[in-house]
Design a protein around this ligand. Structure first.
Ligand code: FAD
Ligand code: SIN
Length: 535
């Protein structure tokens, strides 16, 4: 019992070192001592993997109204217009700030080069070749490392939020005062406290067998917030990216949407009737540049109809120098796998890509619990609605990371200082002798989520998934209650929680809208309503 070690007491604790977490940290560090926790290396989140770029109205002739309209159309009307306006109107300032941080965006003449992606009616994507996220992550990390008020803590996996329940006296108002986190090097759970805590833990893509997201995308922040008492919303809106590389060895390499923006065409592969046919115009007038849900469902339809493993994405009709110049990372990666994209098509399949739902936040990044904020992919801010528009996600991280930091800055003096919090209960010191079961359970969840809760759903398949989740939840709780926590066990516990939230949300939506398509309710209802789960 007693106060936490002084070294772990900060003004603000941020969980997550991607675009959202580091943006908030850099803004807060002007006045406050900030700790930024990452469960592995600092660059291991989705931010560093982003390819296409960041959407912003920068082209003469483009307007905020047009970007807002495109976002609402992609989101099938489920978006919160105030959130959409807030993010889009703040986009140019966010880009300027990144330029000042040294992100080397591609230029054309005196302006930034803009590429195009599905669902956008203008060229409005700023980018660094086809590896934008890596450049952004490096610029943010470099600035954060250089700041004396920011402490970066890699290999520190948050287990749960420290709330009023964990105070030495129960204070009863659900206030959040930091996190318990597993130091992966020592195996000990430590307490990080602050007046405010920001969840910036990214998405939950790894709930699915095939995902473009990194291994750590296990929905930890969503699960922690839910357990602490936050509402979550729209968890059925899981985005599947149309074009993930199909390859027996490389399972999750994205082929950026910008390739379709620059002329890439989707075609049927050899060996089937209509081989070589460009099929997207049969499904939508916008062809390859229709929003992602439309393109992913069309590919899924063709794959199932013809019994294919993949379809082809072909950019080989464009001049080789153009292809190499626009997509140097993809060109080099695929050449290493024996595919020369300047002369050969790329085998692609849809794969889980983005979590549109999450912890409910307002325009200041506030969650339902006092002291707890959230920003980035972990949230449901109202921006994306039923389907995220390409390249709006990094943008949301910058705008909401900044908004949360600004609100904390304005209200810090009124926030109560953390009371004495109980240290982690170290009585569970037994090591499990069946670690392999954690791996089996993890694989099982990802398999049935892919099979039963994928691009096309039915009530029966969702109920089947729910039944499996119930059994797994009992097993995982038994493990969690009896054995020493490990990073794998923390993630498995969160995966089960998030899988349950996804399935419950999908069962609750009695219509098809955006990313949620069910054969039992194929029509869209007249009124767009969020699916809100209350703990
Ligand atoms: P992340 O960048 O995912 O960071 C999450 C952080 O949380 C990590 O530091 C992680 O270690 C930490 N964390 C998680 N759990 C814990 C825990 N329990 N304890 C401690 N730390 C934890 N969006 C665009 O707008 N444009 C694009 O071009 C684009 N391309 C993409 C390409 C790919 C392949 C992928 C996967 C996504 C892409 N996206 C793109 C989406 C975008 O990259 C993400 O939505 C965005 O980067 C999320 O940022 P974030 O800060 O919310 O989380
Ligand atoms: C891509 O480059 O296709 C990904 C863009 C995004 O996810 O917004």
């Amino acid at each position: 019992m007693g106060a936490p070690p002084a070294a772990h007491a900060y003004d603000v604790v941020i969980v997550g070192s991607g675009a959202a977490g580091l943006t908030a940290a850099l803004s807060l560090a002007e006045r406050f001592q900030v700790a930024v926790l990452a469960k592995g290396g600092l660059s291991e989140g989705s931010t560093a993997w982003a390819q296409g770029g960041i959407a912003a109205v920068l082209e003469p002739g483009d307007t905020f109204e047009s970007h807002i309209e495109d976002t609402m159309v992609a989101g099938a009307g489920l978006n919160d217009r105030a959130a959409v306006e807030f993010v889009i109107e703040n986009a140019p300032a966010s880009i300027e700030k990144l330029v000042r941080l040294g992100v080397p965006f591609n230029e054309e003449g005196n302006a930034l080069h803009l590429t195009r992606e599905g669902g956008h009616s203008h060229r409005r994507i700023v980018h660094v070749d086809d590896a934008t996220g890596w450049a952004v992550q490096q610029a943010l990390e470099t600035a954060a490392r250089a700041h004396p008020n920011i402490t970066l803590v890699p290999d520190m996996a948050a287990v749960d939020l420290a709330t009023s329940r964990h105070g030495e006296r129960y204070l009863g108002n659900g206030h959040v005062w930091g996190v318990y986190a597993l130091d992966r090097r020592s195996g000990k759970v430590e307490l990080y406290t602050g007046r405010a805590t920001i969840l910036a833990t990214g998405g939950a893509g790894r709930t699915y067998l095939y995902s473009t997201a990194p291994r750590g995308a296990t929905g930890d922040g969503i699960a922690m917030a839910w357990r602490a008492g936050c509402r979550v919303s729209n968890m059925e809106m899981m985005q599947f990216h149309p074009t993930c590389l199909w390859n027996l060895d490389v399972k999750n390499f994205l082929i950026t949407e910008a390739m379709r923006g620059e002329g890439g065409q989707l075609k049927l592969p050899p060996g089937v009737p209509g081989a070589g046919h460009r099929f997207m115009p049969d499904f939508d007038d916008r062809a390859e540049l229709a929003p992602r849900d439309v393109v992913a469902r069309a590919i899924d339809h063709e794959i199932k109809r013809l019994g294919l493993d993949y379809v082809h994405l072909d950019i080989s009709h464009m001049p080789p120098e153009f292809v190499k110049q626009h997509f140097p990372t993809i060109y080099a990666k695929l050449l290493g796998l024996g595919i020369d994209i300047t002369s050969q098509p790329i085998p692609v399949v849809p794969a889980q890509h983005y979590t549109c739902g999450g912890v409910i936040v307002d325009l200041k990044g506030r969650t339902d619990l006092p002291g707890l904020y959230a920003a980035g992919e972990v949230t449901q801010s109202g921006l994306h609605g039923a389907n995220r528009l390409a390249s709006n996600s990094l943008l949301e991280c910058f705008v909401f990371g900044e908004a949360a930091a600004a609100h904390i800055g304005r209200h810090f003096d009124e926030m109560p200082a953390p009371p004495p919090i109980r240290p982690w209960d170290e009585s569970r010191v037994t090591d499990s002798d069946e670690e392999v079961i954690v791996q089996h359970n993890w694989r099982e969840i990802r398999r049935f989520m892919w099979d039963y809760v994928g691009i096309v759903r039915t009530t029966k398949r969702l109920e089947r998934a729910q039944h499996r989740i119930k059994t797994l939840r009992r097993e995982v709780e038994d493990y969690y209650g009896n054995f020493r926590v490990t990073a794998d066990l923390i993630e498995l516990r969160n995966l089960v929680e998030v899988a349950d939230l996804i399935v419950r949300s999908a069962l609750a939506r009695k219509e098809s809208r955006g990313l949620h398509y069910t054969l039992d309710y194929p029509a869209m209802l007249p009124e767009a309503k969020d699916t809100v789960l209350v703990p």
